[in-house]
Structure formats: C-alpha cells, structure tokens
Design a protein around this ligand. Structure first.
Ligand SMILES: [Fe+2]
Length: 311
C-alpha cells in the first residue's frame, strides 16, 4: 500500500499490462523522481560530499577500444560540484552506492517507488532493496555485463543507450555467471560481435525508467552529454533461490568437479545447494569486498583529464 509514502506518483502513466511482464521482459515506464528535488546537481553534489568512502565508486576509462584500461579513483579534496564538473569534461564513471543507508531522505524515495511498484505488480515481493546514483561522462560506456539481483535504471539527466541481450546460456554461460556470483570476477563477461544481432537497444532520456529480466546481459553507452541515472536493485524469493542454486553449482564445480548442473530455481536441489553456498561463504572462500581495491587517481577538476595520479 502506498498510503504511508512521503512521495507519490513517482511512476507516471498507467501500466495496465505490466504485472505479468515485470522481471520477465524489458519493461519501461516514465518516472517523476525529479519532483522530489533530491536529484538536482546541487542535491547530488551534497550527496557526493556526504558519501562514505566505501560507497563511492569512481572509475576512469582510459584509451580507445579495444585497448581500454579502467582505473579506480577517489574523490580526494574535490567538492561535489567540482566532481560533477570533472565528470562532465572527463571520462569518468561515479557510482554512489546504497544511498538509502546513509542519506535517509533517499530511503523514503526508495520505499515510495517500491510501494507504487507493488501496486502495479502485486506478485512482486521485494526485500534487500537498494538505491544508487550513477554520474558519468559524455561518451562513457559500461561493457557487457550482468547483475546478480533484480535491477532497474531511472534516467535523471542526459541521454544514453542501453543494449539488453537474452539471458540464455549462449549469451552468458553458467560458468561466467557463477564467477560473478562467487565474486571471483567483476561483472564483465565474454562478448562476441554477433550478440548485437540479438540485442534490444533502447534510448533513455530524462524521465525514462527501464527494468530487464534477471541475469540479462547489457551494455550502456552514454550519448555526448553528462549522464545522471538512479539504479534501484531488489531481491525476491525467486531471485534468492536462483542465486543460491547457481552459487551452489559454482561451489560444487570447484570442490567436486561436477558438470551438467541444474540451474532451475525450484525443486529439491535448491536447499542443499543453498547450504553449500552458505558453507562456502562461512569457510571464507568468497572474495571479500570489492573485486578491485587498488585506487590509482583522485578527481581533479583543474586537470585536462579531470584526474591526478596517486603516487
Ligand atoms: Fe548493470
């Protein structure tokens, strides 16, 4: 029910057919997150300054494809306004993570959105919801990858293309997915050029929202303008079971060398696999924290590259 929500009508337009499609197909809405006043450049500058270091992901893209390197960075002494200016002229991707945990005014937005979603999609029982903000440079891109939980993207400012691919094993192998779930790799997965024949390419403009099926690989290409987007992630029982089964499969492959493992998220095999997943984590085998931890630059709005090297 949306009666306790501080914000209302964040999802715009009627969506009479969305209930059976959400989480299964690519779904698009219009949204009104801008009406909260929490996503202006000034508000986000303050958010950047308030962000705990461990939740501020900053990445630079150096070089031209295919010889591209990605560097990890820190805010350093830059103000939030300077950081946004640096991103606008550089090749930088900033991910402000889990904002509902440390900036309570955003928690109410997240709760309101999921209240509205629950009315549109009654069977969608979500938990561990999370919200982040992506601020990224003109022309920046995110390579072909997949996310481990339910994911949606809400465009605030700028324009970008998102290409969404089928989630079948031809496009993301069970082994690739297991490496992501076990945190042995970041979320990038092997890409082949013929995949593009099967992509759904969607242009996102301010006020557009998109959600896609679980594990559907995607890549994102910014147009030639600063991009500000909100991400909202969630788990459901079904997503958790799928995670547990695939994680358990990964453990069984690594410990017993098993192959041809079921990826069905139901049936008797779910709980033993969930147990092996829990055991694996308990044994400390999962990589801790970020897959990448080394930081190579700090944001520097005065530099032509918007970066200063950390020595
Ligand atoms: Fe993603």
């Amino acid at each position: 029910m949306a009666t306790s929500s501080i914000h209302t009508n964040l999802i715009a337009g009627s969506q009479p057919r969305v209930a059976p499609l959400f989480g299964v197909e690519v779904v698009r809405f219009r949204h009104r997150l801008a009406s909260t006043g929490l996503f202006t450049r000034d508000a986000l500058a303050r958010l950047i300054e308030a962000c705990p270091t461990e939740h501020l992901g900053i990445r630079a893209i150096v070089g031209e494809a295919p010889d591209v390197a990605r560097l990890e960075g820190i805010l350093g002494n830059a103000t939030g306004t300077e950081a946004i200016a640096a991103i606008e002229k550089g090749k930088i991707w900033m991910n402000i993570r889990r904002i509902m945990e440390w900036a309570p005014q955003y928690r109410s937005v997240l709760d309101s959105v999921f209240d509205e979603l629950a009315e549109l999609v009654p069977q969608l029982k979500t938990f561990k919801r999370s919200m982040g903000v992506l601020i990224s440079s003109p022309g920046a891109w995110v390579p072909y990858h997949a996310d481990i939980q339910g994911q949606s993207l809400w465009q605030i400012e700028g324009e970008k293309s998102i290409s969404i691919f089928p989630s079948s094993s031809e496009f993301i192998s069970p082994e690739s997915l297991e490496r992501i779930l076990l945190r042995e790799a970041d979320e990038d997965i092997p890409y082949e050029h013929w995949f593009s024949n099967y992509a759904t390419k969607i242009e996102l403009r301010s006020g557009d929202m998109i959600a896609w099926p679980l594990y559907a690989p995607h890549r994102v290409d910014n147009h030639d303008c600063l991009n500000i987007s909100v991400t909202m992630e969630y788990w459901t029982d079904e997503i958790w079971k799928s995670y547990a089964v695939r994680y358990g499969n990964g453990v069984l492959r690594r410990t017993l060398g098993l192959r041809r493992l079921s990826t069905e998220a139901h049936g008797f095999h779910v709980y033993p696999k969930a147990t092996s997943a829990a055991l694996w984590k308990w044994l400390g085998r999962q990589t801790k924290g970020d897959v990448i931890t080394e930081r190579q630059f700090r944001i520097d709005a005065a530099s032509t590259t918007s970066r200063s090297q950390i020595f």
